[in-house]
Design a protein. Structure first.
Lengths: 229, 494
């Protein structure tokens, strides 16, 4: 009887088994990795009506976050500045810059500038800025080095897993309340730990802060209704 | 006066009326290694398309179309199409899931447990019983997937890495169910396929057309029947039988936990796991008979799937229906003995409540009807056997109806009491899964050997060379002793 298959079939069979065993989990892994980065539009600057630079205003000019985001300590939303806030400076400086034409137009017409949202959470999630900044979560913890960003963009996925990383272990991320607005803060900036005689590590400091700020137990921080009311 | 022994009684009973070509041996006389292979493989390779088979397939495809409409309807419009409501959240979806998955259990029992305990009569029915298992699991899986509601997220049932940073709830029996059923499906398919490999090679060697040869050649994975191949094959087959054996008990136990772990009166009972396993075997063996009786007629396999097989299945049905009857008795007894007003009301409501008809029908189907199988004349009468199998299938369906729906209509808070009426969509999906099952089964009958040829050859070899000497059984002594006239006392080949 003639051979049904060419001898190369043996190799094809072996390769197909190996590639099936390695390939399928590999594809799932690659898909997961792509979804967790590009899927969440991380590090992708959003086009805005005015090319506003946080780097220039925060790093170069030293303006406090709260000068523009006035509601951040009292409200769920950090608040976007109205055109008046922009014009409090820009009526005096750069008052004829073509870059700022939309701002002046908005000021004259009374129509707010239509900023594009950078951090767009799903509607079934309720995030409260005030409770976070009042419990020692720094601006930088979520928004990264916004003082170095010419154009605002997400630096974290804002995925549920990312939220839970902190809700499960808040001590890894907390900082003293007075350092909430600081950029580039490190645990050692909090000084010497009296218990060890060495500069604070994040975990040592974080555990203290969890206690001092009365941060709820993980069990409550990870309840469904904590974020999904 | 001589002492009357059971053996004496059985000898004096009138011998059953059966056709001349029927036999009570495990293999019909005159079968050789060649005839077994020829009969089974010709059904696949040489047979023309029979008009009956084509008509049956068209009917099955029609039902499959009904299923497609039902599933698309549920995916597009949601489970609101079904008759379920706030109180009765589990209806036809779960009844049919449990019913179908239970049917599969007979296949696994036949292929794994009966193999390990050396019951040689399993050989000719294990292949199609395993196929039945796999197709029944498909049907069951369809109900679970339809019932999750948001079908695009059905994969959330599995513990996959995800952007939510969450696992499924491992403490829930519903999650154990996911593992139980997916393990069951995987092991059943593997077991079936490994068993098929030598037979696929036989088909490859006997096929004429090059394309058919190639197809079976690929499927048989280069099987040459060398000693080394057989050695490894036997090892793998036994290991898979060993893995499958606990599954016969564990899968339906886990499914019973879906109910028993809750506090709903009528669900919260410790008898559930064994009671569910026995119920699964009742439904499964009834389905084996429903499939085997026409199969052996249509494909002319009466001397391979013999009366011995059908009778043994009937005996298993007698045994397992006694188990489930014990389950019904225990449900009523624990309801009384618990002293709980809710449990007692549940038992009363089952018998005399608005769905009382289903409880009494269930007892009739599963407790009364199978008692007929004590009579040899009924066990060996194919019409009766077929009829009782259908009644038992209906009975097992009613059992799940009574447990799931009737319990949920009357839970502890009277304010939540609510009726349940299945809608056309419920019926369409239930009837539609018969289309899926039948289509798969009919295609299987035409494309794969319905009887495990390699194992049958081994059995025939054993009968030819050892059977006559060891047991006074077979050609040497055609009509002598109990083995010829009364197979029920024939010692099994160990």
């Amino acid at each position: 009887m003639a051979q049904l298959f060419h001898p190369s079939s043996n190799t094809i069979a072996k390769v197909s088994i190996v590639s099936g065993v390695l390939g399928i989990p590999g594809l799932i892994g690659v898909g997961y990795a792509i979804n967790m980065t590009y899927g969440y539009q991380v590090y992708k600057p959003i086009e805005q009506p005015v090319q506003f630079s946080h780097k220039h205003h925060v790093l170069d000019d030293g303006i406090d976050c709260r000068y523009c985001h006035t509601a951040v300590e009292k409200s769920t939303s950090a608040g976007m500045p109205d055109t008046h806030t922009c014009m409090s400076c820009h009526s005096q400086i750069w008052s004829d810059s073509p870059e700022l034409a939309p701002v002046r137009a908005s000021y004259i017409s009374g129509q707010p500038i239509n900023w594009n949202r950078v951090h767009d959470l799903p509607d079934f999630v309720f995030f409260n800025h005030s409770t976070h900044v009042n419990k020692g979560v720094g601006c930088e913890t979520c928004h990264g080095r916004i003082d170095q960003a010419p154009l605002a963009m997400k630096v974290h996925t804002m995925s549920m897993q990312w939220c839970l990383d902190c809700h499960r272990h808040p001590e890894k991320f907390l900082r003293p309340k007075e350092a909430v607005w600081t950029m580039g803060w490190k645990a050692s900036d909090a000084g010497v730990n009296p218990d060890t005689g060495k500069p604070f590590t994040q975990i040592e400091l974080g555990r203290k802060l969890v206690k001092n700020y009365k941060i709820a137990h993980e069990r409550y921080l990870t309840d469904c209704y904590t974020c999904h009311h | 006066m001589a002492v009357i022994t059971p053996r004496e009684i059985s000898r004096r009973l009138p011998s059953p009326v059966v056709d001349a070509d029927e036999t009570f041996d495990v293999v019909g006389k005159g079968n050789t290694l060649a005839t077994v292979t020829q009969k089974v493989s010709d059904a696949v390779l040489r047979d023309r398309l029979r008009p009956g088979w084509v008509a049956f397939l068209l009917f099955a495809l029609l039902l499959l179309g009904v299923m497609a409409v039902a599933v698309v309807g549920i995916v597009v419009m949601g489970v609101g199409l079904w008759g379920i409501n706030n109180s009765v959240g589990w209806g036809f979806d779960i009844i049919n899931f449990v019913w179908w998955i239970g049917i599969g259990h007979a296949g696994t029992l036949i292929s794994a447990i009966l193999l390990l305990v050396h019951q040689n009569w399993r050989t000719s029915i294990n292949r199609f019983a395993e196929a039945m298992t796999i197709f029944a699991v498909f049907c069951a899986g369809l109900f679970v997937l339809s019932h999750v509601g948001r079908h695009q997220y059905a994969y959330w049932l599995f513990p996959l890495p995800n952007s939510m940073g969450m696992w499924p709830q491992f403490r829930s029996p519903l999650e154990w169910d996911v593992f139980a059923v997916s393990t069951y499906a995987t092991v059943s398919i593997l077991f079936w396929y490994v068993g098929l490999i030598p037979d696929l090679a036989t088909l490859r060697d006997r096929a004429v057309r090059p394309l058919v040869k190639k197809a079976y050649g690929i499927a048989s994975l280069g099987w040459r029947g060398s000693n080394q191949h057989w050695h490894r094959y036997m090892a793998v087959y036994l290991i898979l039988a060993g893995i499958s054996t606990p599954l016969v008990l564990s899968v339906h136990s886990t499914i019973s936990f879906d109910f028993a772990f809750s506090q709903v009166p009528g669900w919260h009972a410790t008898v559930f796991p064994p009671y569910f396993v026995a119920g699964a075997l009742v439904g499964g063996f009834a389905m084996v008979l429903i499939l085997a009786i026409p199969l052996r007629e249509i494909f002319n396999l009466k001397d391979l799937i013999t009366m011995r097989h059908l009778e043994n299945c009937a005996k298993i049905l007698v045994c397992t229906t006694i188990f489930v009857s014990y389950g019904y008795a225990m449900e009523a007894w624990t309801a009384y003995y618990s002293g709980s007003i809710d449990e007692r009301f549940m038992a009363w409501n089952r018998a005399f409540g608005p769905y009382g008809w289903s409880y009494w029908s269930l007892l009739f189907c599963n407790m009364v009807m199978p008692q007929l199988l004590w009579f040899r004349k009924i066990r060996t009468n194919l019409v009766w056997l077929y009829f009782i199998s259908v009644v038992l299938s209906i009975g097992m369906w009613l059992e799940r109806w009574v447990i799931i729906v009737v319990s949920l209509t009357r839970t502890m808070l009277p304010s939540t009491w609510h009726g349940y009426t299945p809608t056309g969509w419920d019926w369409a999906q239930y009837i539609g899964t018969f289309g899926l099952f039948l289509t798969c089964f009919l295609l299987f009958c035409r494309v794969l050997p319905v009887i495990a040829m390699a194992e049958m050859r081994e059995l025939v070899h054993h009968e030819m060379h050892h059977g006559a000497h060891a047991h006074g059984h077979g050609d040497a002594e055609p009509n002598g002793g109990f083995s010829g006239s009364d197979p029920s006392v024939t010692p099994a080949h160990a």
